[in-house]
Write a protein that binds this ligand. Sequence first.
Ligand code: 13P
Length: 334
Amino acid sequence: MFPKAELEATARALVAPGKGILAADESTGTIKKRFDTIHLESTPETRRAYRELLFTTDGVEEFISGVILYDETIRQQAQDGTPLPQVLSRRGIIPGIKVDKGAKDLAGFPGEKVTEGLDGLRERLAEYRELGARFAKWRAVIDIGDGIPTRTCIMANAHALARYAALCQEAGLVPIVEPEVLMDGSHDIERCAEVTEATLRAVFGELYEARVYLEGTLLKPNMVIAGKKCPRQASTQEVAEATVRILRRAVPAAVPGIVFLSGGQSPVQATENLNAMNAMGSHPWELSFSYGRALQEPVLQAWRGDPANVAAAQQAFYHRARCNSAARYGKYTP
Ligand code: 13P
């Protein structure tokens, strides 16, 4: 296993005061969906230009500790020929890499998924470290619906997350452990709380069985929130209180930080919810962000694929990053 002190130092740097993570690890299929919303063709070059725009935003290193990359991006170069991971690390931003191969149908369990990608992972992690990555991400997806999730689905995903995390630590990469309970659906906040607690307890049980060093990990969970189609949407204060209550029950204090996903919340909502949690007082772990859509939606809208809009798009990214940085201290004002 890699020196524990280094893993812990990286994990702590990723949740340094006032800083959080940009998730820019959309797979080729997902970034195409994002580009579709601005009627932009998704090609290796448009994807490269977009990621370069994000990574070269002036001053954003004050708020962004790390960026999660996709396999294609970690191999691409900026216009001046600098590899994109080096564009980040030169500015003190830690490059990370998405290493799962996506959520696939779980055989025998209609409507449920299990994340694939363990075969050959040891070799892929070694290569990503060579390319500059110092942390990784694996996303498991738990859907709420009639009779789901099942215990089988939760356990299969928790087990895969633990095997991934152990391999990462062996390779010198901090594993971000991401069990996402989806906010699609019409369930209420109580149901989300129940499923999130069961999922997190299973995940930390499996991490223990796999001998994962918790001080050298980060957790990336969903917030406890009502489903998008639920007629009763919870207030910011309710979301903050329910989320912290469940996390306190299920997440060991040895974990240095919890970096939330945004999961389809609006950019402002994701910032407000994080802010409310940090305004509650101090917690056993840093409460931070690892947002994809909530950091990028305004950037895409400002950019629209036009080089003339790069400065405006970077301004939008800087603004959202700064708002979320303020939310790290519970000091965000809209
Ligand atoms: P969202 O914040 O858009 O949910 O993306 C975060 C992420 O990395 C999902 O795996």
